[in-house]
Write a protein that binds this ligand. Structure first.
Ligand SMILES: [Zn+2]
Length: 86
């Protein structure tokens, strides 16, 4: 189970689950069995409150990594309903 913030530069210990954000990824685990099926497991990651405001977890071919959030608060505020003017 998760014990620290997934951001390696932070690694804050997890005390309260209500703080921050939990990410769950369905990942292939281990070698394929004789039927060609790989066993799967659910991986859990936690970002602390501070990190989850600017970062999120993403699954890629290389595994799960911490990335900057695509939508920042600044961009959300910048949305102006200019189309309404016409
Ligand atoms: Zn953190």
């Amino acid at each position: 189970m998760v014990s620290h913030c997934a951001n390696p530069k932070c690694a804050k210990p997890l005390h309260y689950l209500r703080e921050g954000r939990i990410f769950v990824f369905d990942v292939a685990a281990g070698e394929a069995d004789r039927n060609g099926k790989r066993s799967r497991r659910m991986d859990h990651y936690w970002l602390c409150g501070v990190c989850s405001q600017t970062m999120e977890m993403q699954q890629s071919e290389d595994g799960v990594r911490v990335v900057a959030r695509a939508r920042s608060r600044v961009q959300e505020i910048a949305i102006v309903p200019s189309a309404m003017a016409s």
